[in-house]
Design a protein around this ligand. Structure first.
Ligand SMILES: Nc1ncnc2c1ncn2[C@@H]1O[C@H](COP(=O)(O)OP(=O)(O)OP(=O)(O)O)[C@@H](O)[C@H]1O
Length: 579
């Protein structure tokens, strides 16, 4: 079932004893399947021909015992199959989640969320194939030859029919494999486009409702949906064609066997019992081949699912281990000649950037929309790596540290802080068991949350609702700041932190950041005058470069003089125009 990449081989290795055990049980199930045709043969040839009632009684007793035994074997085999499915489920699920979180943020952002969700459906597909009916089908296939052998022994004149029919089934299987694989791929692509649109619509449901964007989205949805339905229909027709062809071929085999058998009986080369037994065995020979033709969709989808999982599992990961475990840094961040672009063929977003963010100070970065502020912040947090140049923390390149180390040293509050469903405490601690209640309360006091949370009937156990929807934007923001401060990172980076705060909350944030700056490096992207006025250093980032940077007064004076110059130039132009 596909030679595995190392990640899958490791999971399969653990599964191997179970699969072997199942193969052994399948072997006996198939051997026992020979009993009924042999029973029929004996009944017709001995019991009916000679009226041997005692023989019949003995045969029936034997067959009943065999059926009981067969039932038990099948039950054990099903139990093993379920056990294997469960292990596979756990193995793939764990490997996939671990892999996804070890990928660089740029890779995660480069594909829509529907793509990542789809991988878990792929994992289900792999489980259902490797530890499901298709696996049993593959085990049963070689036994077909055993049954053909038996037919040769008991009814040779009709056995030659299989020599002609089996190659036709194999050919049909090969054709259906190619055809179904192609149409299944098309269908999956259409499904992914549909899922991506649904994801966008649901994520933005508030905006869609408020602005009645559904009027524009409806035709787009109908187009994507119609495309999906059309491809599903195409795939369905394709699969049905091969399944029906397989079915007709199976029926034709019965007709051929019966016809050749009848001729052989007339020629006295075959008994009626042998013909009936051969007919029964023929369903065991042809059944797996017929299922293979009809069920090729499953195999095609399995291959595609495996391919997608293999692609993700072989993506390069972020650094997972570091060679040295350094003490907590003081928090000086230095950018040396940093260049960054999102696409190899795109324009650089940052170019030749060199900045120093000193510890124990508040640094506020300003700049127009699209100027590169958020990108710069992601470089400072180590979420993105520069295309060239270096980002240094206390003189050490960020690239040498693991994500976990960096997260412990650099607290980050993104522009749109998202909370996860759970309690306030869960969101602040990220469900880490090593965070004490004392630390949570201490940090919440520092960010002015403790009194607010204490007023709630459930206190820190208050559920935040889906994506934090049960809380106001301001409280969500403070929870995000508290979350970033867990572990006391020496550097705290905030992207537009006061966007959803009212004036008193913003004043409180200003005081908090000023207070924290006594022993932290605080880097804030903001245009809020309240935050600008408490900055120690200001930076103006525009079109790839740091246009101005330095102590606050110097930068403000520089900007004021530039604005005054521009106003004077405007005035001169206007006067000239009036003259
Ligand atoms: N994931 C991405 N893929 C491709 N280009 C991107 C991506 N994110 C941002 N950009 C581009 O990079 C440039 C800088 O974007 P960035 O978000 O860093 O600017 P910003 O100064 O934070 O803007 P704003 O004030 O609007 O948040 C923009 O031209 C933007 O279109």
């Amino acid at each position: 079932m596909g030679q595995g990449k190392p990640w899958f081989a490791a999971i399969r290795r653990k599964l191997r004893p179970l699969l072997w055990e199942m193969a052994v049980y399948s072997f006996f199930v198939n051997i026992l399947a020979l009993v009924i045709p042999l029973f029929v043969l004996q009944v017709y040839n001995r019991v009916v021909a000679f009226g041997a009632i005692t023989t019949l009684q003995g045969l029936v007793l034997g067959v009943v015992l065999v059926l009981v035994f067969d039932f038990l074997l099948r039950q054990i085999r099903s139990r093993l199959l379920q056990k294997a499915a469960m292990r596979l489920d756990i193995g793939i699920g764990e490997a996939l989640v671990r892999k996804i979180w070890s990928l660089p943020l740029r890779v995660l952002e480069s594909r829509p969320s529907s793509y990542w969700q789809g991988l878990f459906r792929d994992a289900d597909m792999v489980r259902n194939t490797v530890a499901g009916p298709p696996f049993l089908l593959l085990i049963d296939l070689p036994f077909s030859l055993l049954f053909v052998g038996l037919i040769f022994v008991i009814a040779e004149p009709v056995a030659w029919v299989f020599a002609g029919v089996i190659p036709v089934f194999i050919l049909l299987g090969a054709i259906s494999a190619r055809s179904v694989s192609r149409v299944s791929n098309d269908e999956k692509d259409a499904q992914r486009r549909r899922d991506s649109l649904i994801g966008d619509m649901i994520d933005n449901r508030g905006t869609v409702k408020a602005l009645s964007l559904d009027r524009g989205l409806q035709p787009q949805w109908e187009k994507v949906h119609a495309d999906g339905v059309e491809r599903a229909l195409h795939r369905g027709m394709n699969v049905d064609f091969f399944a029906n062809t397989g079915m007709i071929l199976t029926l034709a085999t019965t007709v051929l066997i019966t016809s050749f058998g009848a001729l052989a009986i007339i020629d006295q080369k075959l008994s009626i019992g042998a013909l009936i037994a051969a007919n029964m065995l023929s369903s065991r020979v042809i059944g797996p081949f017929s299922q293979l033709v009809g069920g090729w969709k499953g195999f095609a989808m399995y291959r595609q699912a495996r391919q997608r999982l293999d692609d993700v599992m072989t993506l390069p990961e972020e650094r997972q281990e570091t060679t040295i475990d350094l003490d907590k840094p003081a928090g000086e961040i230095l950018l040396e000649n940093v260049c960054f672009r999102y696409r190899a063929d795109g324009d650089p977003v940052l170019e030749g950037l060199g900045v120093r963010f000193a510890p124990r100070a508040v640094h506020v970065i300003m700049g127009p929309n699209g100027g590169g502020k958020t990108t710069l912040i992601k470089l400072l947090t180590g979420l993105y790596s520069p295309e060239s140049g270096r980002v240094l923390l206390d003189g050490a390149d960020l690239g040498q540290f693991t994500r976990r180390q960096l997260a412990g040293w650099i607290g980050y509050v993104p522009q749109n802080s998202v909370l996860v469903d759970g309690t306030i405490r869960d969101n602040i601690t990220g469900k880490r068991p090593d965070i004490s209640d004392r630390e949570v309360v201490e940090i919440c006091k520092a960010v002015g949350l403790h009194r607010i949370i204490s007023d709630y009937p459930d206190g820190y156990g208050t559920p935040v609702g889906e994506a934090g929807g049960a809380l106001s934007g301001g409280i969500r923001q403070r929870i995000a700041i508290a979350r970033a401060l867990i572990g006391h990172p020496p550097v705290l980076i905030l992207d537009e932190p006061s966007a959803s705060l009212d004036r008193p909350a913003e004043n409180m944030l200003r005081d908090l950041l000023k207070n924290l700056s006594q022993d932290h490096t605080i880097i804030v992207v903001s245009h809020s005058p309240t935050l600008l006025n408490m900055a120690d250093y200001l930076y103006l980032l525009d079109r790839r470069r740091m246009v101005i940077s330095g102590p606050r007064e110097e930068v403000l004076n520089h900007i004021n003089s530039l604005q005054a110059g521009a106003a004077a130039a405007d005035g001169t132009r206007n006067r000239r125009a009036n003259v």
